[in-house]
Design a protein around this ligand. Structure first.
Ligand code: PMP
Length: 281
């Protein structure tokens, strides 16, 4: 496998990061995960815009323009002979002697490499179990930061309860999943948390809102209390790697079993059509 490392595409084993990289020392960096379908990146420009926004919010400067990065990422997958998968892009603030204070003179370091796509076909049909738990993360979840401890801890907690994803609530309101956004369906209307500092505004979330508007399905972007989950007609997750994933049950702070309903299926079909291919996994 190849890696894009400081502007060069090289064999993975050749790339060597410094122990003094601020990403390693402080989690001082950002990332993106972009899906590759049949040799084409899906919504790459939106991902690059979000990467730029994350950088701006953290007072970081990206080492390449979006056009340069697009070119480099296509070079990378060509070198890898890859048609499908996910490309992980990470940018750290750079290296410095360990000091909380950054100086703005650090040189940001970008790396990117391909990760295989897991087969989700079974779960796309039968749904997954979700574990509802308190959101203990910081107040800038809109930044796609490398600091993912709250997410990492919740994911483990979910797995220990035989669940695939953790669903967060903050002050009693549902925010998002540990690595996904969540939508509810009630009486044919979609409900999801607004894109503010409490969630990451997922690219897949944006696609679903777009699809719903196109199909005259009403979308309400307002926080809803966790108790509402227990009365939902349907619920699903969205994310680059899981696409549209039905939820068949909630455990933890909310306990209920749900059917996999018609609206979720319609959104799944519309999303697959948008990708422009007929089979996904
Ligand atoms: N929320 C969080 C916390 C995430 O980590 C992710 C995936 N990176 C998402 C939502 C979904 O975002 P996207 O649809 O852009 O993959």
């Amino acid at each position: 496998a190849y890696i894009l490392w400081q502007g060069q595409i090289m064999k993975e084993a050749t790339a060597q990061a410094s122990l003094f990289d601020r990403g390693y020392q402080f989690g001082d960096g950002i990332y993106e995960m972009v899906r590759l379908y049949d040799g084409q990146f899906f919504a790459l420009q939106k991902h690059l815009e979000r990467l730029n926004k994350s950088a701006e919010k953290l007072d970081m400067t990206l080492p390449y323009t979006s056009a340069e990065l697009t070119h480099l990422l296509y070079q990378l997958i060509q070198k890898d002979h890859a048609d499908n998968g996910n490309v992980y892009v990470q940018v750290t603030r750079g290296t410095s002697t360990r000091d909380h204070l950054y100086s703005r003179t650090e040189t940001p370091i970008l790396s990117a490499y391909l990760l295989p796509q897991k087969d989700h076909r079974q779960a796309h049909t039968s749904g997954i179990a979700a574990y509802v738990t308190e959101d203990i993360r910081w107040l800038r979840c809109d930044i796609k930061s490398l600091n993912l401890l709250g997410n990492v801890m919740a994911k483990r907690q979910a797995a220990d309860h035989q669940c695939t994803e953790a669903i967060f609530h903050r002050d009693g309101m549902i925010t998002e999943g540990a690595s996904t956004n969540i939508f509810l369906v009630n009486n044919g209307t979609l409900y999801t948390h607004p894109a503010n500092n409490f969630i990451l505004d997922g690219i897949t979330r944006q696609e679903v809102i777009d699809i719903a508007e196109e199909r005259h399905i009403n979308v309400v972007q307002e926080p809803f209390p966790k108790e509402v989950l227990a009365h939902a007609d349907e619920a699903f997750l969205t994310g680059t790697t899981i696409e549209i994933m039905p939820i068949h049950s909630f455990t933890g702070d909310v306990q209920v079993t749900l059917p996999i309903g018609p609206i979720t299926k319609r959104i799944q079909e519309a999303f697959t059509a948008r990708i422009g291919i007929t089979t996904t996994n």
